[in-house]
Each structure stands twice: as structure tokens, then as C-alpha cells.
Write a protein that binds this ligand. Sequence first.
Ligand code: HEC
Length: 203
Amino acid sequence: MQAPNTSGRAAWFALLGFLLAFPCMAGAIYLYIRYGNPPVATADHPFPDEKTIVHIPLHARIHRDLVTPPTTPEAHDLVAGAQVYVEHCAICHGSPHLDSSFGKWEYPTSPQLWRKHKDGVVGVSDDAPNVSYWKVENGIRLTGMPSFQHILSNDQMWQVSFLVAQADHPLSPQISAIFDAADTRRRQDEGLPTTASGVHPTP
Ligand code: HEC
């Protein structure tokens, strides 16, 4: 007769412990957020595996929503893409010869889309244009990446997405001229030396 009572009591304690665990966890989370100094400044250390955790759902969502490009890009699309880029993107993502001044101080940083990464890939040239199109159209939550669907037309979003997908290709003279003129304006606006050549800030 003893055994069922003991195991019955144990079950009640287990249930009680289980139920108490939730308020305790909620309390601990509240205390951590309120007093634990979680990362809020751009220079703070990230949570462990923060980047991976944030990017898994993003990748899943993008791959679920992917649309086929309406056309294959022609030279005039890339020129139009460069015009969109210097007007709306270069301030954060830099240009082939002039990095963004503040992109690297954002959190997360604005990737410099004309820079070679450690693995040799330039910008997002390893992403298909429709992957970048999703990001341009929808933006990326809790980062500085805006959604451009109310700012640019669909054609413009495709044109700029085709352009960044070809960041590893040599620039045509017409596109180089668009970047050079925009870099000159940006140097003037930001008080950078106008005669300097190469990338700013010096890598
Ligand atoms: C205000 C700054 C800002 C502007 C303007 C901006 N972006 Fe971004 N963009 C970001 C940030 C920050 C990220 C990084 C998001 C992340 O880490 O997930 C990003 C991410 C991206 C990515 C994904 C990069 C990668 O490595 O996967 C692409 C592609 C992109 N932006 C394209 C553009 C294009 C094209 C424009 C212009 C039409 C633009 N962005 C304008 C801040 C900006």
C-alpha cells in the first residue's frame, strides 16, 4: 500500500516543479533583460550563435518565396541598375572604389557589395538575382536593410538585383562613369578628399 502513495506524491512534486519552472524562467528572462546588460549597442558582443539563429528563418523564407526573374538582363538593365544603386544603395553598401563610411559601424554591418570576402566571393555575386531581389523588395527585419517595394518599381528592383549579382564582372565604361560621378558627389557630401583614389576608408 505504501508504494502507490510515494509514487503518487513524487508525481505531484514533479508536476509542481514543472509548473513552477515556467514562472521562474520568465522571471529569470525578465531579470536578465532588465538588469543583465544584454547587447544593445552596435559594438556589444552578440548572443551566442545570434547570426545563425537570425539567418536560418530568413533563408527558409526567401527560398519559399523565390520568384523567377522576368527577363535575362541586358546591358541597358545593368546601367539602369547602377543608377538605382548609386542613388539608393551605395550610401550603405559602398561602390567599387568607395566603401560606405558608416556601413561597418551599423549592427549588423552593411555588407560592402563590391568587396571580396575571405572566400574570394565578391559581394553577393554568389547569390542568384532573385535572392537579392527578395531582400530588396522585402527588406530584412531588425537590420538597417530597408524594403524598397514602395520606393522602386519592380523593374528597378530587378535591375539593381541583376547588377549586384554581377559584382564580380568587370564594369562597362558606362557603369564605371555612373559610379565615378556618384563617388565624387559622395566624397564632397562627406568631406572626403576629392582627389583621393581607391577605397575609403583605406583597407
Ligand atoms: C540604410 C542602409 C541600407 C541601405 C540604404 C540598403 N541596404 Fe541592403 N543591407 C543593409 C544591411 C544592414 C544589410 C545586412 C542585413 C543582414 O545582416 O542580414 C543589408 C543586406 C543586403 C543584402 C544581402 C547581403 C548579403 O550578404 O546577403 C543585399 C543583396 C542588399 N542589402 C541589397 C541592397 C540594395 C540593392 C539596396 C539599394 C536598393 C540596399 N541594399 C540598400 C543596409 C542597407
